[in-house]
Design a protein around this ligand. Structure first.
Ligand code: ATP
Length: 234
């Protein structure tokens, strides 16, 4: 099991948003984190990536918690936020170099992978560009390139499909499939339920900071007694 979230109570400045949620993501799995606006998906992700500290409960990645070894814990995660976070003063090339340093990657191997990804996302001629030169979708692609050179154990992808063009969406789904085959786990928060239904192995549904349900589409259908329903109808 790559990610284990146990009885997580958390939120912002002592206002609990999450009221004790439990779920896990196994190696080689893509799990969709779904729920209405304000349900608590981003709050859950903020806890997993270590931006928020649990008020109660625990989060383990590959058997370790952030309190046991923050550096080892964080190096297991590659995070692609909904709104790209890039350094204004660094070029695309420098973002890749920074990722190589931060994740202690083999430089030659990482650049080989980066060049493949830059070509896929048509960024190969933009290595000296600064974030100000990129559109929002292009910034998202930069974040995808940096994330997928890391060999992380857990990929966390927040609402990936809204800003990406259809070609890039397909390319991202292929990359997710590749890292799953290599044994990484992927947790993806999304409102694009059609795509989620097609690609996710399981779902974690959050509602008002509580776990409403989790399981495969078949399991969710059975649980809500809605045979043949699509994910958006459950
Ligand atoms: P969406 O689909 O709209 O992105 P979400 O499921 O990701 O929603 P969260 O952003 O986790 O939902 O919000 C859960 C609750 O936490 C909401 O009630 C929200 O108002 C509250 N919240 C979110 N961010 C903060 C913050 N920085 N400070 C205080 N409360 C917050």
């Amino acid at each position: 099991m790559t990610l284990k979230v146990k009885n997580l109570v958390g939120g912002y400045s002592q206002i609990p948003v999450l009221k004790g949620i439990d779920f896990s993501v196994d190696n080689g799995e893509l799990v969709g984190l779904i729920g209405l606006n304000g349900a608590g998906k981003s709050t859950t992700i903020n806890h997993i990536i270590g931006l928020l500290h649990a008020m109660k409960g625990s989060i383990e990645i590959d058997g370790i918690t952030i309190d046991e070894d923050a550096q080892a814990y964080k190096s297991k995660i590659a995070y692609i936020p909904e709104t790209p976070i890039l350094y204004d003063e660094l070029t695309l090339k420098e973002h890749i170099e920074l990722t190589i340093l931060a994740y202690n990657l083999d430089k030659d191997e990482a650049w080989k992978k980066a060049n493949e990804l830059l070509e896929i996302f048509r960024l190969q001629n933009k290595l000296d560009w600064f974030p100000a030169n990129f559109s929002k979708g292009m910034k998202q692609k930069v974040m995808i390139v940096c994330a997928f050179i890391t060999k992380a154990k857990l990929f966390i992808i927040d609402e990936p499909f809204l800003g990406l063009d259809p070609l890039a969406t397909d390319d991202l789904l292929k990359l997710i499939d590749d890292v799953k085959k290599e044994g990484s786990a992927v947790l993806m928060s999304t409102h694009v339920l059609g795509t989620a239904q097609e690609y996710c192995d399981r779902f974690v549904m959050i509602n008002h900071g509580e776990l409403k349900a989790s399981g495969t589409l078949e399991e969710l259908r059975a649980q809500f007694n809605k045979q043949d329903a699509s994910l958006s109808e459950i």
